[in-house]
Design a protein around this ligand. Sequence first.
Ligand code: G4P
Length: 523
Amino acid sequence: MSIHPEIEKRRTFAIVSHPDAGKTTITEKFLWYGNVIREAGHVRAKANRSYTVSDWMKIEQQRGISVSSSVLNFPFEGCQFNLVDTPGHQDFCEDTYRALTAVDAALVLIDSVNGVEKQTIKLMEVCRMRHTPIITFINKMDLDGRNVLDLLDEIENVLQIKVSPFTLPIGCGKLFKGVYSIAENTFHTFNKEEGKQEILKMTGADDPRLLEICGENWTKEFREQYDMVTGAMEPFDRDKYLKGEMCPVFFGSAVNNFGVRQLLNAFTKLAPPPMIRETDIRFVDPNEPNFSAFIFKIQANMDPKHRDRTAFLRICSGSFTRGEKVFHCRSGREIRLAAPTAFLAKDKEVIDHAWAGDIVGINDPGLFHIGDTLTNGEKFNFTGIPDFAPEFFARVTLLNPLKSKQMNKGLQELSEEGATQLYQPVKSPVPVIGVVGELQFDVLQFRLSAEYGAEVALDRMPSFGIRWVVGPEADVEAFVSEYALDCMQDKEGRTVCLFPNEYRLNLAVKNYEKLQFELTSNR
Ligand code: G4P
């Protein structure tokens, strides 16, 4: 099947990085290259983030961090990019993980000084699970960073992916001279003033001009690294890249807009257009004429002036036109997509037409759940959109008792957004919430109060971990009656058990051989 040009030019990706690696800075440069913003100014200090392009919630501005993911679209060199932002704080929420289910590729951003950091490792686990193709950018080469070969080695070992450097830096910190493109045999000279950066054609790594420009020591070190990379490392293999087994590596400095264009160019050439996706009955090709999509994120009250809920759709096949009716597979209902929107951070723009690979927002009348599939009429469900086991738990107590209706509505809606999980204990009427990152407790308390008028106290519950209890019905029932104090139901009515310690979990595994105790729940 030949691929439709509109679909072929889509590149839907996310940035995987640890806070402070430069994600906001590089995003702004991308938008600048896409002519979406006129000035790619310097990223403001965190405390003054009120006008950061991708922040839209009040709490984000108060905290000076980004806690909700947004979607940005920009064109570049004939491609249409959809960048799904992953919240950048070290405290995770499920949104961060789930954003990765909506993309076809990822950019891993690494700080040259700090190397591979904790949040990158966690997010890479999701990429590995999904075999997401990865391109790596090592940022902040203008600082005194770590040794290049050590960094490459760390990526291979810690992130468990083969590296294939497309460029190599010469010098670093104050003596950073530029990057050498192995594939093109060019030398890109570094200068903080972008206008003074040059791309020079070289005859090879042994071109004598390198010596003139970079000096003897740096050139010698570079040539050794070059020989090592080209002689001893496995050559780049695009199939391996597409399977998430090998990643091209680029070096640069986002804040100096150095190496960013080359990175985007590589993305247009290497990153895949929308790929085939699996459902519970068959594989769906993006080029099929029939529309299909799934919901990977729901966000309430994006616009404080209107109480609204937006569901974010990832289109997987075909295209759709504004006003078209689609089939909601879980409820069996037909719904009209009256005002689908594309997003540019705070600005929403109603769109008339969208294609496979695009991410659009639709108004959610309270019907949608994360993971829901929409089609042209065929009944199937996209798979592989997991629920991740939360790590922190709290009982929710209402402080102003007249607001119980508001609290329940808030808890329900915020859990449908996916940032918090809501559980109903078998033996108690007091709801329990679970979150992947502790910051979500503050976000929940703040939003329940600001958006629903319900003040709550959160009583933290020390625990070892939660597991979905799966197996024959009779065994699940027997388990629930023995472990009644620890058992709860999730929003889909599935049984979960909050184990207070590892011993209790091991005992359950031993005594209930027919049951599985699962860490993620796949729909
Ligand atoms: P994040 O979204 O991944 O959290 O990172 P962000 O882009 O906010 O960048 C974090 C800090 O790193 C910022 O400095 C930013 O200016 C700086 N930075 C980004 N790219 C580079 C680079 O290539 N070289 C150097 N030297 N710094 C870089 P900040 O101190 O937080 O803010 P500001 O005081 O610079 O405004």
